[in-house]
Structures are given as structure tokens and as C-alpha cells.
Design a binder for this molecule. Structure first.
Ligand code: NAG
Ligand code: NAG
Ligand code: NAG
Ligand code: NAG
Ligand code: NAG
Ligand code: NAG
Ligand code: NAG
Length: 654
């Protein structure tokens, strides 16, 4: 009897609840069509009412997730999440019948086509995430209808054209994620209405015009990222009001110079990166006193004066990048604090001795191209090259070599055509230089993966076969860097060289998945000249895990060669995983071009067999040119040394 009534009671309650739920029938029909359309039946089998209380698919962590609001007599679908399940195709019209949606997350899929204007029907929307998809066309004007939006994301898509001015109507917006979305043109003045913004990720877009003054009125901003655009300086002084900023990254600017004066009151900063931002003047001493500052990157600018000694008292700073500026004075003797993990002062006129405790971060200390007495830190050849790179030092080599080859990020290998690629498997730090055991080359990395500081350290590998080559193994490992990766050939006979660079995209996928949507873009400089801009391995090789060899000609005039891979803020940041960006290189082979054969193709077959070439008068001319070149390298930030595109003459014709 007891059991019966218990069962009966359960039955009763169930019936009662079912009777009470009524979900708006048009929404039930729409959600079922969506589930059909995206083939999600096996993951989300809505045989009962989608708004059934306590349904497993309504849980916050469910994916797919459907959750409802039943506060009124009728239930409405308010939350829909289909995240990282590789749903594809265009957005179906049924989606826009879910007019009570306030939270829609379709992030990390391969949705494509343009976003229909009906998106503007979803007037209750507060959180809209369409990031990491394959949407194209213009950013819909109808977004401007969604005035309740607090968070809007369409990062990492394939849109084109400008941002619609209607975005200026979204005055409740607190978070805007539009990095790497494909948009271009000026940032509309109407966006100045978005005073509630506290997070803006807008890097890696084709924005033009000046950095908007009005960002300086968004006084609640904690995060602003604007790297890798075509925006022009100066950084407006209005930004001095953004005292809540914790993470500020502006870089890769052209146009007018900026000073750092606007920073002095931005004391909440934890991450500050103004790399390649045309910054001049001195480093304000206040920066060293910011109590939360962990990462400071002011590299590739035109800063003058000395390094403020306030950094000596910092109890927060982990990473300090000041490389490639015009700083002078002595290196502060206590700059290596207990907290500091990496220091880059390379390519500055800084003098003095290494701090006594340099061994603490010895693996992450770069003083190359400075006047700092690096004895004890740099290996013999590295300190030699360091001296070759400063002032007008003319270097000579008693036993010059005419080629070298490096298996970047991997162990020694002999290629199918007999070239021995040296081991380069040493673990690099966040600001380090390593010289090969044969002293023929050195490698340096500067940059830390800020969002992933304990992640894979500057090498990557794959177990997959690499196609398009007889030397698959050569491409299974590679060096990567979040900023600047540089190889120096050392002790070379002066003359004309062929530089063969081997690439294969092994971190980014090319599959029919959101994981295949990543874009890696970086620049290549040889001997200080930019030889490739916005290099995209996957695109040029027509896929991932395919070999690609690029050859360049270069002149060695002072016994060394500088091959520089540099990130300019472009591409996606985080596909298929955090911190997937920046330069990647698999192998390097540099060999002198015989004066017999001018063509670099013939040259490949002669690797290792070329004997000494005396250049006589020609060498004399090149060295004279190199004195100017080194002076120029010293005085001019790299990004300003625009390639002159001079016609490549055959050496024998000089
Ligand atoms: C959905 O659930 C019903 C009832 O539980 C079941 O009969 C049906 O096979 C399920 N469909 C799928 C595609 O799993
Ligand atoms: C914007 O919302 C209004 C209702 O407030 C609606 O009539 C209009 O069609 C919507 N516009 C777009 C572009 O969706
Ligand atoms: C800034 O944030 C504060 C606290 O959250 C809030 O009261 C204020 O309205 C915000 N200011 C703007 C312009 O949105
Ligand atoms: C920094 O704050 C001080 C004190 O409020 C003020 O006098 C000064 O003008 C501010 N500096 C900048 C650059 O805004
Ligand atoms: C993205 O869309 C383009 C067409 O716009 C298409 O060629 C490409 O294959 C799509 N990518 C994926 C991963 O679906
Ligand atoms: C190559 O250059 C060297 C030095 O100028 C010269 O002695 C030699 O004859 C040249 N070889 C040829 C084949 O021109
Ligand atoms: C190398 O030097 C020769 C002779 O001065 C010149 O013609 C050629 O353009 C230079 N090549 C490069 C890549 O600078």
C-alpha cells in the first residue's frame, strides 16, 4: 500500500508539473528545427519540453545548453549554447524566432555566410558570442538593435568592410571582442558612446586612421588591446585618464611619435606592451613603481635616456623588454630583482657590467648589441658578434666558414641532399641567446607568451608526416616565438649568400573544424631589411604539415648574418589553443654563392663543397657600405627600415 501511494504520488507530481509547463510553441518548433539542422540530435534529444525543470541540458555546464525562463505562465528559451561542436552552414532563420534569447553562444564552430539582418530581432540579447567562426560579409548593421548587449564577440572571423556606425547604439556594452575579425577602415566616431566598456580586444584588424582620442573617455576600461592594425599614432594624451587599465597593448603603429607621459597615473597596469609603437623620449620613472606591473614590453621603439632605477625596487615585475631602442647609461646594478624572470636590453647603447646576480636569470638575459660587459654570460662567439653589432666595429675572421645549417628547435639531421643541419634543441628562455657548439651560429628569442607563461617553451613538434618534401623529419620540430626570433650566422666569409628558409605549419590545423581557422602571420627580415611582410605559411604551402622552402639572397659584409622572424601583432591568437601565434621556422640553410654560378638554384647542389672565395676590391666596397649599414641599424628602429626593393645584381657584374 505504502509503495503504491508513493509511486502514485510521483506520478501525480510529474503530471502536475507537466501540465503547468507550456513553452511558447513557436520556440519549441524552432529549437527542434535548429537541432535537426545542426545534426545535434544525439547530443541534445529534446523528446520532452525543452523547458522541463531540472533538465540535464539546462545546467550551466551543459553543451549544447538550452535554458529557459518560466517566471510568467509561459516558458521562453533564454539561453542557447552550442560551443566548439563544429556546427556549420549559415545561420538558419529559425534562430531568430527565439526572440527571448538573452545569452547566445555559438563560439568555436565553422558557421559561415553573412549574418542575416534578422539578428536584430533578438532584442533581449545581453551576451552574444559568435567568435571563432567562418562568418563573412559585412558586420550586420542590425547589431545596433541589440541595445541590451553587455558582451559582444565576433573575434576570429572572416568579415570585411568597416565596423557599422550603429554599434555606437550599444551603450550598455561592457565587453567587445572583435580581434582578428577581418574588419578594416576607420574606427567609427560613434563608438565614443560606449562609455561602459571595460574590455576591448580589437587587435589584428585592418583599422586605419588615427588611434581614437575617445578611448580616453572610457574611464572603466581595464583591458585595451590594439596591436597589429594600420592605425597611426600618436597615442592620445587622453588615455592618461584610463587609470583602471590593467592590460594595455598597443603596437605596430605608424604615423606620429608618442611619448610615455600618459602612463604616469596608470598605476593599475599589470601588462603593458607598447612594442613598435613609435615611442620616443625617456621611460618615466613612475612605471617602475606600479605595484602590479608584471610584464613590460617597450621594445622596438626610439626611447632615449637611461633605464630608471625604480625597476630595482619592483616587487611584481617578471618580464622586462627594452630591446632595440636608443637607451644609454649604465645598466642599474640591482635590476635583477627576486621577481624578475627575463630581461632584454639588447640593441641599446647601455654600458656597465652585468649585475652581480645575473646568473639568476642568465638563461633569460639578452644584452646582445649593447656595450654591457657580457663576459661570463655570452659564449665566446656571441660576445664577439655582440661587439660586431655595436658601433662601427669591423670584424674579421681568421678561419671563416661559408655555410651553416640549423635544425630549428630539433636535433641534428642530415637532409636527403646531404646537408647537415645542426642541433638546436636547447631550451630557450623568455629573453635568451644561445650559441651553437660549433660557434657557427646563435639563436635568440625575446618574448613571453603572456597568456600562457608556463606553456610550451619556444619549440613545437608534431608526430604527423610532412608532405611535399623528401625530408619530413626536418619539419616535425620547429622554433616558435611570441615576438622576436633571430638567428645569427657567425664567422662567415664576407660575400654573397643564399638563405634558404624551411617552413611547415605544424601547430595550426587545416581541418574542417574550428581548429582549422587559425591564421599565423609574421614578418621576415634579413640583414635588417624586411624581405617578407605578413608571411602566412599555411596559405603559401596550401595547407598544414606541408613543406615550404623560401630562398633569399643576402650579402655578408661583417662576418655575420641576421635572420629575423618577427611578429607584428597580426593573425589569430588562440586557434587551436592559447598562444598560437608569432613566428615559426623549421630549418635554415645559409651558403655562400659561388662566383662561378650566380643562380641560387645551382648553388643548392654545391653545399659544403664551396671553398674560399676572395673578394678583393668588391669586399672592400662592401665593408665600407657595412659601416654605414651598422650605424644605420643602430640609429633606426627596425620597422622604419623599409625595404628599398633594389634590383638584385649579380656580384660578378660589379
Ligand atoms: C531520443 O530519445 C527517445 C526517447 O528517449 C529515443 O526513443 C530516441 O531514439 C532518441 N533519439 C536519438 C537520436 O537518440
Ligand atoms: C530593430 O528593432 C525594431 C523593433 O524595435 C524592428 O522593428 C526592426 O526591424 C529591427 N531592425 C533590424 C535591422 O532588425
Ligand atoms: C563604471 O563602473 C562603475 C562601477 O561598476 C559604474 O557605477 C559606472 O556607471 C560605470 N561608468 C560608466 C560610464 O559606465
Ligand atoms: C596624474 O595625476 C596627478 C594628480 O592627480 C595630476 O596632477 C597629473 O596631471 C596627472 N598626470 C597625467 C599625465 O594625467
Ligand atoms: C570558410 O569559408 C570559406 C568561404 O568563405 C571556405 O572557402 C572555407 O572552406 C571555409 N572554411 C572552413 C574551415 O569551413
Ligand atoms: C672566383 O673569385 C676568385 C676571387 O676573386 C677568383 O680568384 C676566381 O678566379 C673566381 N673564379 C671564377 C671561376 O671566376
Ligand atoms: C649584394 O651586393 C650586391 C653588390 O653590391 C648588390 O648588387 C646586391 O643587390 C646585394 N644584395 C642584397 C640582397 O642586398
Amino acid at each position: 500500500m505504502g509503495i503504491l501511494s508513493f509511486c502514485f504520488l510521483v506520478f501525480c507530481i510529474h503530471e502536475l508539473v507537466s501540465a503547468q509547463i507550456t513553452t511558447e510553441p513557436s520556440e519549441v518548433a524552432a529549437i527542434n528545427k535548429l537541432i535537426d539542422y545542426w545534426g545535434l540530435k544525439s547530443k541534445l534529444n529534446l523528446t520532452t519540453d525543452p523547458c522541463t525543470p531540472g533538465a540535464s541540458w539546462a545546467a550551466e555546464t551543459a553543451n549544447p545548453r538550452v535554458a529557459c525562463d518560466c517566471a510568467a505562465n509561459i516558458c521562453h528559451i533564454t539561453h542557447l549554447k552550442i560551443y566548439a561542436l563544429d556546427i556549420s552552414g549559415e545561420l538558419p532563420r529559425e534562430l531568430f524566432q527565439l526572440t527571448e534569447l538573452m545569452d547566445l553562444n555559438l563560439g568555436q564552430n565553422i558557421l559561415s555566410g553573412s549574418i542575416p539582418p534578422e539578428i536584430g530581432n533578438l532584442l533581449k540579447m545581453q551576451y552574444l558570442s559568435l567568435g571563432i567562426n567562418n562568418f563573412s560579409g559585412l558586420v550586420p548593421v542590425a547589431f545596433g538593435n541589440l541595445t541590451k548587449l553587455k558582451s559582444l564577440s565576433f573575434s576570429s572571423n572572416d568579415f570585411n568592410g568597416p565596423l557599422p556606425v550603429d554599434l555606437g547604439k550599444l551603450t550598455s556594452l561592457e565587453q567587445l571582442y572583435i580581434d582578428s575579425s577581418g574588419v578594416s577602415g576607420p574606427i567609427p566616431q560613434e563608438l565614443s558612446n560606449l562609455k561602459s566598456l571595460h574590455t576591448v580586444w580589437a587587435s589584428a584588424n585592418g583599422f586605419t586612421g588615427k588611434l581614437p582620442e575617445f578611448f580616453g573617455t572610457f574611464t572603466n576600461l581595464t583591458t585595451l588591446r590594439l596591436e597589429g592594425t594600420a592605425l597611426e599614432g600618436p597615442i592620445p594624451s587622453s588615455y592618461a585618464a584610463l587609470t583602471k587599465l590593467e592590460d594595455l597593448r598597443i603596437g605596430d603603429l605608424s604615423g606620429e611619435d608618442s611619448t610615455l607621459d600618459f602612463l604616469v597615473n596608470l598605476t593599475s597596469l599589470a601588462i603593458l606592451s607598447l612594442r613598435s609603437a613609435q615611442v620616443t623620449g625617456e621611460i618615466p620613472s613612475q612605471i617602475g613603481t606600479f605595484p602590479n606591473l608584471q610584464s613590460l614590453d617597450l621594445s622596438f621603439n626610439k626611447l632615449t635616456g637611461s633605464i630608471p632605477n625604480t625597476f630595482e625596487d619592483s616587487q611584481s615585475l617578471h618580464f622586462l623588454y627594452l630591446g632595440s631602442n636608443m637607451l644609454n647609461g649604465e645598466i642599474p646594478s640591482n635590476i635583477i630583482t627576486p621577481e624578475l624572470r627575463a630581461l632584454d636590453i639588447s640593441f641599446n647603447s647601455i654600458t656597465g657590467n652585468l649585475p652581480a646576480n645575473f646568473a639568476k636569470i642568465g638563461q633569460s638575459l639578452n644584452v646582445l648589441g649593447t656595450l654591457v660587459n657580457g663576459d661570463g654570460l655570452l659564449d665566446g662567439k656571441a660576445s664577439e658578434i655582440s661587439r660586431c653589432l655595436i658601433s662601427d666595429n669591423k670584424c674579421t675572421e681568421k678561419f671563416p666558414v661559408n655555410s651553416f645549417a640549423v635544425k630549428c628547435g630539433g636535433s641534428q639531421q642530415i637532409s636527403s641532399n646531404g646537408v647537415r643541419f645542426d642541433d638546436d634543441s636547447e631550451t630557450l628562455g623568455a629573453s635568451s641567446i644561445y650559441t651553437s657548439s660549433n660557434n657557427n651560429w646563435a639563436v635568440s628569442n625575446t618574448g613571453s607568451f603572456i597568456s600562457n607563461p608556463n606553456g610550451p617553451q619556444y619549440t613545437t613538434h608534431t608526430a604527423s608526416q610532412i608532405t611535399g618534401t623528401f625530408d619530413s623529419e626536418l619539419y616535425k620540430t620547429a622554433r616558435v616565438s611570441p615576438n622576436s626570433l633571430r638567428y645569427y650566422g657567425l664567422g662567415l666569409r664576407n660575400g654573397r649568400y643564399n638563405v634558404e628558409l624551411h617552413f611547415s605549419e605544424i601547430q595550426m590545423d587545416d581541418s574542417e573544424s574550428w581548429k582549422g581557422l587559425g591564421k599565423r602571420l609574421f614578418d621576415i627580415y634579413i640583414q635588417g631589411e624586411r624581405v617578407v611582410q605578413d608571411f602566412n605559411i599555411k596559405k603559401e604551402a596550401h595547407g598544414s604539415k606541408r613543406a615550404l622552402v623560401k630562398s633569399f639572397e643576402a650579402n655578408v659584409t661583417n662576418t655575420n648574418i641576421d635572420i629575423h622572424f618577427k611578429w607584428a601583432g597580426k593573425g589569430t591568437c588562440c586557434i587551436p589553443f592559447q598562444s598560437t601565434f608569432g613566428p615559426l621556422v623549421s630549418a635554415i640553410h645559409v651558403s655562400q654563392v659561388s662566383n662561378v654560378s650566380g643562380s641560387s638554384n645551382d648553388n643548392k647542389k654545391q653545399v659544403g663543397r664551396i671553398v674560399g672565395i676572395t673578394l678583393g676590391v668588391v669586399a672592400g666596397m662592401l665593408i665600407t657600405a657595412s659601416v654605414f649599414y651598422l650605424w644605420w641599424v643602430k640609429k633606426t628602429p627596425e620597422h622604419m627600415r623599409v625595404s628599398t626593393d633594389s634590383p638584385k645584381k649579380n656580384l660578378t657584374s660589379v
